[in-house]
Design a protein around this ligand. Sequence first.
Ligand SMILES: Nc1nc2c(ncn2[C@@H]2O[C@H](COP(=O)(O)OP(=O)(O)OP(=O)(O)O)[C@@H](O)[C@H]2O)c(=O)[nH]1
Length: 409
Amino acid sequence: MRKILIVEDSLPIITLHKSIARKAGMEPVVAKTLAQVKELTDHFGEFYCAIIDYSLPDAPDGEAIKYILDRKLPGIVMTGMLDDKTRNNILRMPVIDYITKESKQAFHYVLTLLKRLQNNPSVKILVVDDSSSSRSYLTHLLNRHNFTVVQAKCGVNALEVLDDHPDVRLIITDKEMPNMDGIELCNQVRAKYTKDEIGIIGISGADSQALTAKFIKNGANDFLQKPFCLEEFYCRVLQNVDYLQSIETIRRQANTDYLTNLANRRFYFETVTPKMSLPGHHSLAMMDIDNFKSINDNYGHDAGDEVLKTIAQLLTDHFAQDFLVSRLGGEEFSVFFDQYDFMATIRSLDGFREELADTPIKVGGETIYCTVSIGVACEEDISLDNLMNLADERLYKAKQTGKNKVIFE
Ligand SMILES: Nc1nc2c(ncn2[C@@H]2O[C@H](COP(=O)(O)OP(=O)(O)OP(=O)(O)O)[C@@H](O)[C@H]2O)c(=O)[nH]1
């Protein structure tokens, strides 16, 4: 478990911070004074970050913040002092963020921030600017929040970097650049990716209000005017990342079966249908658990759910490299194959069937064994409906002729 250093002298706030740290999956260690912080210096390497109160009994003017940041431990500052002088003092230091203890909301914000910091390494941001010092500065700011950053020196270079890093989620781009400027880059990116797939924040030093609209009209999600204040920069980046992640979550939930985490019926049809118009053979398997009703009746619905999850996991283990595994509904699954070696497909399905039959599924002290019947079809020039119907007919034949088998003709 990651450790977090809490530098705070107020007992109620220590209690709050401890609970927030645990909710964020971190182990809190408390220091109430700068002297206690200094005693922990040799252990700074063990901490993920620190939450630091601006004013401590032996460090009234932010001295603990400086001490901690100078020793490269990332810090979030909390303060009850709301004046501009303190704010400017804090923002001159390389803090992750600073939060005023104005309300309960501030502590909620700390929790969100701690969760984000742990999640941000999985968020890749592309910084596009022809000035290497601007690129470095922006990269440095983003690294402070643990984002993964890649860079490009112009629009053309950005498109190349994007090809190499299709997992980029956000682009922060300057306007004026040689080869291709930020506006044209927006256009080019939008030809391939929607605003929900990749966010774009345009940045420009030019003092023109029209530019904001131009960036947005050409596909940017947001805009920042240089020179920007750090707080605004982070707010806009975090807001855009949050938006993109929310969309991603909604999309994942809409496409995924809640119980097994496999693709659901909707996603299966949406994804497989375009494949059918490609030339060549297409093959898919329809499968159905044998006597599943009696599993539910004998062991209960929860045990039935465990069986479904076990089968889903085994299907993923066997066929993740194939095009798509889906739970179409109830106790019915389908695998759509990307390769046309039909006999190899039959062998792999039969291997799966055998392994499932030999897999003990343990639920609440009981051990359940179950089997599946599988129908497979492989055809050229056929609609998805017809291919599924053909596989279904063979699945029915498998059920009628003893179950626990693969039928492919
Ligand atoms: N536990 C659980 N059961 C489900 C779920 N969805 C469907 N079922 C059950 O799946 C069972 C399907 O039963 P039947 O269609 O009679 O098929 P079967 O007993 O497998 O018989 P055969 O297909 O002939 O081998 C029903 O009891 C449904 O309630 C689910 O999400 N969880």
